[in-house]
Design a protein around this ligand. Structure first.
Ligand SMILES: CC(C)(COP(=O)(O)OP(=O)(O)OC[C@H]1O[C@@H](n2cnc3c(N)ncnc32)[C@H](O)[C@@H]1OP(=O)(O)O)[C@@H](O)C(=O)NCCC(=O)NCCS
Length: 195
């Protein structure tokens, strides 16, 4: 898939609580974004220990965003509230394998007051439906630190199954944490949507 074909798939997605819009330069430049990536409570379960050791710089984040914008195998969204369009986080479908029909999902709600309101559940459901139905993918995956039960719960609610535990794969401070690998086939996701 080339970048112009990918652009046809990178469309806005709208739900009742939130919307996903392609992540743009205005999101990168929004000081909220860098602030979230410097908030230990937000980043502690991202398995990016260097973000906890020192404040990540704007240039590091900009380089990351540019690499995604130039990649035909990644779709990066800004997450907005449906009610007033506030920018509250990001959602990503990464490492897309167009041949095998797979992608890895990730989400970050940076605005902590927005946690626990069902937003991640809706955002990932919107994205999964889009990837299965419009992008014709057939399997989605995710990797979650075992210290993040809310994230595991969200994926399991969407139909993801635990496919493996990489024992003590991750490190958080002095602790070694299991890494939970989850996967979901299209039919498993659709079966839950129609319940
Ligand atoms: C993890 C995260 C995405 C969850 O988003 P959210 O919008 O709060 O999630 P939701 O409200 O849709 O759902 C959370 C679910 O987890 C449950 N939950 C919350 N804390 C829990 C806990 N300690 N143990 C078990 N379940 C828990 C909630 O009850 C809810 O399930 P329910 O709908 O059955 O009640 C959000 O906290 C976040 O962005 N954190 C920082 C970044 C991050 O960790 N990203 C994931 C990296 S893999």
């Amino acid at each position: 898939m080339n970048l112009s074909e990918l652009a046809k798939i990178k469309v806005n997605l709208f739900g009742e609580k939130c919307g996903l819009r392609p992540f743009e330069a205005k999101h990168l430049k929004n000081p909220l974004y860098l602030g979230w990536l410097r908030d230990p409570e937000v980043v502690k379960n991202l398995n990016l220990p260097h973000y906890l050791e020192t404040h990540v710089s704007f240039n590091q984040i900009a380089a990351y965003c540019h690499s995604i914008w130039n990649s035909p195998d990644d779709i990066f969204y800004a997450l907005h509230l449906a009610s007033d369009d506030t920018f509250i986080g990001t959602v990503k479908a990464g490492h897309i394998n167009w041949y095998a029909g797979t992608a890895d999902l990730g989400i970050l709600i940076g605005s902590r007051t927005m946690w626990g309101k069902g937003i991640a559940s809706e955002a990932l459901s919107l994205l999964a439906f889009h990837l299965f139905e419009k992008a014709k993918l057939r399997r989605l995956t995710a990797g979650v630190m075992d210290t993040n039960p809310a994230m595991i719960r969200v994926f399991e609610k969407l139909g993801f199954q635990r496919e493996g535990t990489f024992r003590q794969q991750d490190r958080l401070g002095d602790a070694y944490i299991d890494h939970i690998h989850l996967g979901c086939l299209k039919d498993e996701f659709l079966k839950i949507q129609t319940r």
